[in-house]
Design a protein around this ligand. Structure first.
Ligand SMILES: Cc1cc2nc3c(=O)[nH]c(=O)nc-3n(C[C@H](O)[C@H](O)[C@H](O)COP(=O)(O)OP(=O)(O)OC[C@H]3O[C@@H](n4cnc5c(N)ncnc54)[C@H](O)[C@@H]3O)c2cc1C
Length: 401
């Protein structure tokens, strides 16, 4: 009997398993249907020896010392500069838009004040932007929006930015200084030996057992457990009873090249050329020194059978459908839904770590209460209640047409 069956060996599942095992003395079984740890952060050495991120580049960054220090128990860090260029009109442009981009655009040196004054002239006055198009045109005007955002977003989401939440494009900063880093977080670094090694250390605890290549469909009936932590897709948990939630998927095409460096920075965006959105040369940020390199081109694609669900769709119709599933999830008493897919929201890795750390306190408090009000820190017998995870709430509507 395990105290916790934890579905998913990504950041959400691994952090919870580590905390429950080491802080609370709970026995955890972590399963993942993939053949590896680390969820979407999984990395591995390809044939040329280049450390690659299988599911797209994962740039670790955070403003939280708590999260940095927590993960720092399991890894050394390699400081990283995440720099991006955008290729459009036959040349590279510094991206996100900053003073260097502006100078290239106007064709002469400029100051921050001049840039701010120009943006003030170009921006479309919109008081409360309601979508991703409005959020950008209200900051930089239509021409820069069309150069850098419109084509990229359409390719990525197969929807026009005007149909997507402001947060999609709004998360990209617009700067009037020369800070040309992709993100501004205080701490930006990669795990020195890679993410997979970090996960191996995190899960190497006598109270944790890991089984890979195991689907929850099988484990939910075969593995005796007291409580369930589920980090997979919420609509899948409920057998898509309200219909499938929309996701975007991706195809990654790696190419190894017999040269030390292929491109000037880790990521080049292609908003208006090619079918792929970006070309990533991860060696720029992992710190590997090799005479060869591997680049990976990323092609957005529709989600469907045999494809991975990567991005929840940040649009009002998708959120409305998610809310129906969320209402079911809120009624569960012995299941905790944690992570990106279970909450149907895009979160960065540090946000997921933070949420998992918080969830740990909530989950153990709830299970302690169920076990008879044991005080926090109590690490004895598991929860008193049998697992309800396999029970279906009776009010689930039949699958729609
Ligand atoms: C292309 C891409 C690029 C990204 N880049 C960055 C970045 O640069 N920086 C950043 O901070 N974040 C980035 N992220 C976000 C990051 O991947 C997530 O924050 C993080 O992976 C979330 O962890 P998680 O545990 O919630 O989910 P996941 O990592 O997805 O882990 C969930 C795990 O559950 C398993 N699972 C699901 N269903 C079942 C089932 N039924 N049975 C068994 N196992 C199951 C899955 O196989 C998966 O391994 C990126 C995401 C994507 C898709």
């Amino acid at each position: 009997m395990f105290d916790y069956l934890i579905v998913g060996a990504g950041f959400a599942g691994a952090v919870l398993a580590e905390r429950l095992a080491s802080q609370r003395g709970r026995r955890c079984l972590v399963i993942d249907r993939r053949a590896h740890l680390a969820g979407n952060a999984y990395d591995f050495a390809d044939r040329a020896g280049v450390l690659l991120h299988q599911y797209g580049p994962h740039y670790f960054r955070t403003n939280s010392e708590r999260i940095r220090d927590y993960l720092g128990q399991f890894t050394e860090w390699h400081p990283a500069d995440y720099r991006i260029l955008s290729w459009t009109g036959g040349r590279h442009w510094p991206f996100p838009i900053n003073l260097n981009t502006f100078e290239q655009f106007v064709g002469h040196p400029a100051t921050s004040e001049e840039m701010a004054a120009a943006l003030a002239k170009w921006r479309v006055p919109i008081e409360s932007p309601r979508n991703s198009e409005e959020v950008i045109v209200s900051q930089v005007g239509r021409e820069l929006y069309e150069m850098f955002f419109q084509g990229y977003t359409r390719k990525q989401w197969r929807r026009d930015p005007s149909e997507l939440d402001p947060s999609v494009c709004g998360r990209v900063p617009i700067r009037t200084n020369r800070d040309d880093r992709y993100v501004s977080d205080k701490f930006q670094a990669m795990p020195r030996d890679g993410y997979t090694a970090l996960f191996q250390r995190m899960l190497a605890h006598p109270n944790i057992e890991v089984r890979l290549g195991v689907d929850f469909r099988d484990a939910r009936v075969q593995v005796p457990h007291r409580r369930l932590v589920y980090t997979g897709a919420l609509d899948e948990y409920y057998d898509h009873c309200f219909g499938p939630l929309p996701y975007r998927s991706l195809r990654f095409e790696p190419e190894t090249v017999e040269t030390e460096w292929f491109q000037p920075v880790v990521q080049v965006n292609y908003p208006n050329d090619h079918e792929y959105t970006r070309c990533v040369e991860i060696k720029h940020v992992t710190g590997q020194k090799l005479p060869v390199t591997t680049v990976v081109r990323e092609y957005p694609q529709d989600f469907g059978p045999g494809r991975e669900a990567y991005y929840p769709l940040p649009a009002p119709d998708a959120q409305a459908l998610y809310k129906r599933y969320e209402a079911l999830a809120e009624r569960e008493t012995n299941v905790s839904f944690v992570g990106r897919m279970a909450t149907y929201r895009y979160y960065n890795m540090d946000q997921i770590v933070g949420r998992a750390l918080t969830a740990c306190a909530r989950i153990t408090h709830r299970s302690d209460a169920a076990a008879g009000g044991a005080p926090p820190g109590w690490a004895g017998r598991g929860d008193a209640r049998p697992c309800l995870a396999t029970m279906r709430p009776p009010e689930i509507a039949p699958r729609g047409p």
